[in-house]
Design a protein around this ligand. Structure first.
Ligand code: BTN
Length: 251
């Protein structure tokens, strides 16, 4: 049943029944010299981590909780591009399941306006060189509406809720890795531009009035697009442009 269609990604699989966070295991494997393409995948995370110090709900047997180790030869400030590449890969895998996902900058994947996937990219780098990038991907696959804690029910969904039937996690995993490898190789070969165009075609934020909230400030304005580095550009009422590196976006 498990037929991988990749050359590199997932050839080295570290599978666990239950972990704290796959990110933590992956960073240990990086230190031990794990090759590019190694993935860590778990049935359950009891301390799943999200962006901005939040937790990530990762109940047993329902989702795809994985970390992918890449070792690209790019400067550290380009690492956010890998998050955007990953978002496009997950979107393409979801489309193969007949769904119509959208991306909310930087890395939320929405189905029907609710979050179905989160991506957390962590770096191990020196000042000017990347040792490894650990891309954490959490895909809600087979959760039912009532499986979510009450505070998540209005904002989270799963692929199966939207598809109206249970889905095969192994197949979705294969598709995600297939698309991620294809896009990653395209990126290494041709640069970020082709990925940027794909990403923008799936993004719901571009051209809309949004609010970007970070720890230090709140900016209202129109989302113009993303830069070469994956930074969000917002134009406020006075016409001033802001570069947003990290924030929560409200539509
Ligand atoms: C977010 O949207 O805040 C990012 C969520 C990332 C969740 C994934 S699940 C696999 C990996 N391990 C973690 O602890 N987090 C990421």
């Amino acid at each position: 049943r498990f037929g991988l269609q990749t050359d590199k990604l997932g050839k080295n699989i570290h599978y666990e029944e239950s972990v704290g966070s796959t990110q933590k295991i992956a960073s240990r494997l990086v230190l031990e010299g794990a090759p590019e393409g190694t993935i860590v995948i778990a049935e359950e995370q009891v301390a799943g981590r999200g962006r901005m110090d939040r937790s990530w709900h990762s109940p047993k047997y329902t989702g795809i909780w994985m970390s992918v180790i890449l070792r690209p030869n790019i400067p550290p400030q380009k690492a956010p591009q890998l998050t955007l590449i990953t978002a496009v890969a997950v979107v393409q895998a979801m489309e193969e399941a007949g769904l119509h996902p959208a991306i909310k900058w930087p890395n939320d994947i929405l189905l029907n306006g609710k979050k179905a996937t989160g991506i957390l990219t962590e770096l191990q780098a020196d000042a000017d060189r990347i040792q490894a990038v650990i891309i954490g991907i959490g895909i809600n696959v087979n959760q039912k509406h009532e499986d979510y804690p009450e505070e998540l029910q209005s904002i989270a969904t799963s692929m199966s809720i939207e598809a109206g039937k249970p889905l095969d996690r192994a197949q979705i995993l294969q598709h995600v890795l297939y698309h991620l490898e294809k896009l990653y190789l395209l990126y290494l070969d041709k640069g970020f531009q082709p990925i940027k165009l794909l990403w923008e075609s799936y993004a719901i934020t571009i051209g809309k009035k949004i609010t970007a909230r970070s720890i230090s400030e709140t900016i209202h304005g129109k989302a113009l697009g993303i830069t070469e580095d994956g930074v969000l550009l917002i134009e406020d009422e006075s016409g001033k442009q802001h570069h947003i590196y990290s924030a929560d976006i409200e539509l």
